[in-house]
Ligand binder design. Structure first.
Ligand SMILES: [Fe+2]
Ligand SMILES: [Fe+2]
Length: 324
């Protein structure tokens, strides 16, 4: 299959698979796995912000690690998994769709952790079926590594469940996202900022996927998405301080328009960052909490820097000569 017959630019260089026939089964599985990885990222972010910081710890290869920190690491792993699967879809000549199925919000800690357990198990099943549907060694090794990581997540999730159960929190109802009383005003503004960060993260990852095996720009796009994850985390901590609980809505996960090449995706990421600057400027004046207002206004300078980096990447892609 010739990937250049799709709408990719020649510089979106990913070596096409040597397989003569791509099974429909492999494409369907991978597309499903991609959406489910993003859903799991959302589930782990939800769990991260439902569990108090520095209150619980887990054993991580003999070291004690804060449970909240471990959960956000899992969210980042799932984001990377989505990126990897998207890249395999490019390799077999398909435009990956960043589309997730709708999740029912869990009511209790037990429901939340059960949902993660079922999703990880389902992920391993789908990855194993995709593994059986291909003979491409590179794809097989990638899928096997991902199965190994999902198994590690499952083990860690059991440890987390046991800890939460031990403290008697397991059947407790999760805190309300909007909080209660007058702080709801601030929390709702911060939840809008949280949504913008999610959209920015997903868009940057999409750009990285479409650039395939180019080793120059995708790692920088990923670094910017992790920087946005840090912004997201700061906003989340302010929401928690005010008594709310940040959740990732399926709408924000599915809000990236279907674009045909990395330059268009980078342009879209620039637009989101420009929107962030405009809105954070407004939000920081509207919000009553001084700490949260400072969090948002401090981010604006960083966004300006990121925009000029992204403009540079888009320019370099537009002026680069095709490699092949
Ligand atoms: Fe995963
Ligand atoms: Fe996982």
């Amino acid at each position: 299959m010739d990937i250049y017959r799709t709408n990719y630019r020649p510089i979106d260089c990913i070596s096409p698979t040597q397989e003569k026939q791509i099974s429909g089964e492999l494409i369907t599985r991978l597309q499903k796995i991609l959406g489910d990885e993003l859903n799991r990222m959302a589930m782990y972010l939800q769990a991260t912000y439902s569990i108090p910081k520095n209150a619980y710890s887990v054993d991580y290869f003999g070291y004690s690690k804060d449970m909240q920190h471990q959960l956000i690491c899992h969210a980042i792993h799932e984001m990377r998994h989505a990126e990897t699967i998207g890249r395999i879809l490019c390799k077999i000549g398909h435009n990956p769709r960043l589309k997730t199925s709708r999740l029912t919000p869990p009511k209790t800690y037990k429901e939340m952790l059960t949902m993660i357990f079922e999703s990880e198990q389902d992920g391993i099943k789908n990855l194993s079926e995709a593994l059986d549907a291909t003979n491409d060694q590179e794809i097989k090794v990638t899928l096997l590594n991902q199965i190994r990581e999902e198994n590690a997540h499952l083990q860690m999730r059991t440890q987390i469940y046991d800890q939460i159960e031990k403290t008697g929190l397991i059947d407790t109802v999760l805190p309300s996202p909007e909080g209660a009383g007058p702080v709801s005003y601030d929390i709702n503004i911060l939840l809008d900022a949280f949504e913008l960060e999610i959209q920015s993260i997903i868009t940057l990852i999409y750009g990285s996927i479409l650039l395939g095996m180019d080793m120059a720009i995708p790692p920088r796009l990923r670094a910017l998405s992790i920087e946005d994850m840090q912004h997201l985390n700061k906003i989340a901590q302010d929401i928690i301080t005010l008594g709310g609980r940040p959740v990732v809505s399926p709408e924000s996960l599915n809000n990236v328009p279907r674009l045909s090449n990395a330059v268009q995706v980078i342009d879209h990421a620039i637009e989101i960052k420009q929107q962030k600057i405009r809105q954070y400027d407004q939000f920081s004046q509207m919000i009553k909490s001084k700490g949260a207002a400072k969090t948002l206004s401090d981010m604006m300078g960083k966004e300006e820097e990121n925009i000029s980096d992204l403009k540079g990447f888009a320019n370099s892609l537009q002026t680069a000569e095709p490699i092949h």
